[in-house]
Design a binder for this molecule. Structure first.
Ligand SMILES: NC(=O)C1=CN([C@@H]2O[C@H](COP(=O)(O)OP(=O)(O)OC[C@H]3O[C@@H](n4cnc5c(N)ncnc54)[C@H](OP(=O)(O)O)[C@@H]3O)[C@@H](O)[C@H]2O)C=CC1
Ligand SMILES: O=C(O)[C@@H]1CCC=N1
Length: 281
């Protein structure tokens, strides 16, 4: 049996795929050093094997978990209690457990693992697939500076990383965890607008995406505040002003603020919904 598992993912969904893709792309781990375990979907594992040449053990799952240096928990919040009941007894205090699961606290996870196990909570986003995740980390009670540093290095390989206090993780989830979806939603609307007005679909795509990328680079490279950059686009009495007035009349900014706040609240709800007493086996 191979004993060189640097990362073992428990959960093989879209987040696991995005992180695996980033880790391999950035050379953080070789494909053979990555193992993935899911609940039942063999087709999904086959497609990950084909795409990344990683290991998806059919037998010896428990041994793979036990021997892994880092365990990445990437199941849905509703499945976490079952997953930890199923695999938790293989996890020991010499390992680093990193959970990307929304809403569930480090203490909730610690209660379900061997005493003293290092737990770190991470909230990446799916842009990790292209090495551009915005990830926030927070340490559990047994995670030392070295553990946090190692986790930071992992997530730095797939984007940029900040560390926050755990009380802020729900807000982070609403802002940057779910955030890519808000941007895609806006892009969908912009594309729809261009197509409805008669522009060719390919042209609309190119103009919209370059506008998005250009604005992101302006924010990153000029260091100017978004409001300042917005003002530079907005000629008095011009087209942008007319558009922004329309957005204001639809309370565009308020809608986004409410959306982030609702996502934060939902993250809290997910944590509370599964906050049933732990039964360690
Ligand atoms: N999607 C996103 O943008 C982000 C999501 N997250 C968080 O990441 C987590 C995963 O999300 P996502 O990837 O979208 O979820 P998916 O539904 O795509 O994947 C969930 C995976 O968990 C597996 N699973 C379920 N139960 C078990 C178990 N007992 N043992 C092993 N594997 C199990 C499933 O296997 P099977 O298919 O075989 O049932 C599936 O592979 C969530 O908690 C979410 O909050 C965090 C940041 C961003
Ligand atoms: O929608 C969700 O619940 C997850 C958490 C952050 C992004 N996706």
């Amino acid at each position: 049996m191979e004993n060189n598992t640097l990362y073992c993912f428990i959960g093989a969904g879209s987040v696991a795929e995005a992180i695996i893709s980033g880790i391999i792309r950035e050379g953080k781990a070789a494909p053979g050093e990555i193992a993935v375990i899911n609940r039942q979907n063999r087709d999904r594992l086959q497609s990950l094997i084909q795409r990344f040449q990683i290991r998806c053990p059919e037998e010896e799952k428990v041994e793979t978990i036990r021997n892994a240096r880092n365990l990445i928990l990437a199941v849905k919040p509703k499945d976490m209690a079952d997953a930890l009941r199923q695999w938790g007894s293989a996890i020991h205090s010499g390992q680093r457990v990193i959970s990307v699961v929304a809403g569930l606290s480090t203490s909730w996870i610690e209660e379900r693992l061997a005493p003293g196990t290092t737990v770190i909570r991470a909230m990446p986003n799916t842009s990790s697939m292209v090495g551009r995740s915005a990830t926030a980390l927070c340490p559990g009670r047994h995670a030392g500076e070295k553990d946090l540093e190692e986790a930071r290095r992992t997530f730095d390989a797939i984007g940029s990383t900040v560390t926050v206090e755990e009380q802020h993780m729900d807000t982070v989830t609403g802002l940057s965890g779910s955030g890519p979806a808000y941007i895609y939603y806006m892009v969908e609307a912009l594309e729809q607008a261009g197509i409805t007005q008669g522009l060719d679909q390919q042209i609309v795509r190119q103009l919209t995406l370059q506008t998005l990328v250009g604005a992101a680079h302006m924010l990153l490279e000029t260091g100017e505040a978004p409001a300042e950059l917005r003002k530079k686009v907005t000629s008095p009495g011009g087209t942008t002003m007319a558009a922004l007035e329309t957005l204001d009349s639809h309370q565009f900014q308020q809608a986004l603020i409410h959306a982030v706040s609702r996502a934060k609240e939902r993250s809290k709800e997910l944590g509370e919904a599964w906050n049933t007493p732990s039964v360690r086996t």
